[in-house]
Design a binder for this molecule. Structure first.
Ligand code: NAP
Length: 289
């Protein structure tokens, strides 16, 4: 089952992946303090990561910062974002804390606008914020279904809509002449299972939107990528009702670290301009379904 183990310890907290080594851009150097140094792949670019206060989002923000991007960190828990931002700036990076609820269209648009205004541009959007509430459909609290649709579908759409003009501009006149939207789906976006129907619905929908948008924007060099993780140790499952948690706990097998998914996202957005990684399905080696 593509389920995450609940409740990470500090090892998967926001600071867990700040120390990432970036691949240099081949042959690119710049002068700084009279010394030649290798330019990192995302230097001069700006990335916005939603759901950056924990798990995959926090690890991704740290990875993109290590590749040289200035990063805007969006989520509701300001303290967690501030801790991550301090880790990034402590290593010489640039980070902007954006406390926001992306299910609120105005807050989502404001997060995108503040990124472009305060960091100067927007080259990369990682639509990562998500919620997975499992269990039988019969008798399920409707509020759980509404929460998943509001965050996994509408939250993504609000951010994507606000970001598109900036991404198109970045691809047209930015330093890399290419921009990226990376949407974090799930194995559940490929395979629906008994008990994950609404979560799978939102992730299948994300796949459809991403593929349509990819075709629309391909000629304008805005790459749209879909990442489909399997079981990854984050806080994701911990939001389920206790009785659901009890019933799914023994399904957890091997898990990946959030950093494993962040590495994949870092790979996707550092490809040369003529290479687009459209889709990436990543499971722990032992995960069968
Ligand atoms: N972990 C897995 O096994 C797994 C597998 C497949 C796919 N995924 C996908 O990976 C993505 C990240 O999940 P994760 O595993 O890293 O889980 P996580 O640790 O629970 O992270 C979810 C993030 O979303 C943010 N978020 C929740 N509601 C929000 C809202 N209304 N507005 C803004 N941000 C909000 C949370 O921050 P705040 O609470 O501070 O707002 C948190 O930073 C999700 O889309 C999930 O579906 C995860």
């Amino acid at each position: 089952m593509p389920l995450a183990a609940p409740g990470p310890g500090p090892a998967t907290g926001p600071l867990a992946r700040v120390a990432v080594v970036s691949e240099p851009v081949a042959g690119a150097t710049s002068e700084e303090s009279g010394e030649r140094r290798v330019k990192r792949a995302l230097e001069g670019t700006v990335a916005l990561v939603t759901g950056a206060s924990s798990g995959i989002g926090a690890a991704t923000a740290a990875t993109l910062a290590a590749h040289g991007a200035a990063v805007a960190l969006a989520a509701r828990r300001r303290d967690r974002l501030a801790e991550l931002a301090a880790g990034i700036t402590g290593q010489g990076g640039t980070a902007l804390v954006l406390e926001c609820d992306v299910t609120d269209q105005e807050q989502a648009a404001a997060a995108v606008d503040r990124t472009a205004t305060e960091l100067g541009r927007l080259d990369t959007l990682v639509n990562n914020a998500g919620l997975m509430l499992l269990g039988p459909a019969a008798g399920a609290p409707l509020a759980e279904w509404q929460q998943m649709v509001e965050l996994n579908v509408l939250g993504l759409l609000y951010c994507a809509h606000a970001a598109l003009p900036h991404l198109l501009r970045a691809a047209a006149d930015g330093p890399r002449q290419v921009a990226d939207m990376v949407n974090i789906s799930s194995v559940a976006g490929r395979f629906a299972r008994n008990g994950n129907g609404v979560y799978a619905l939102t992730k299948f929908g994300m796949g459809a939107f991403s593929e349509s948008l990819r075709q629309e924007l391909a000629g304008q060099y805005v790459r749209v990528s879909l990442v489909e993780p399997g079981a990854t140790a984050t806080e994701l499952a911990s939001h389920n009702r206790p009785e659901i948690l009890d019933s799914i706990r023994n399904q957890f097998g091997q898990t990946m670290a959030a950093a494993d998914i962040a590495d994949a996202i870092g790979y996707i957005v550092t490809r040369p301009r003529h290479v687009a990684v459209n889709e990436m399905l990543i499971r722990p080696t032992e995960q069968q379904r």
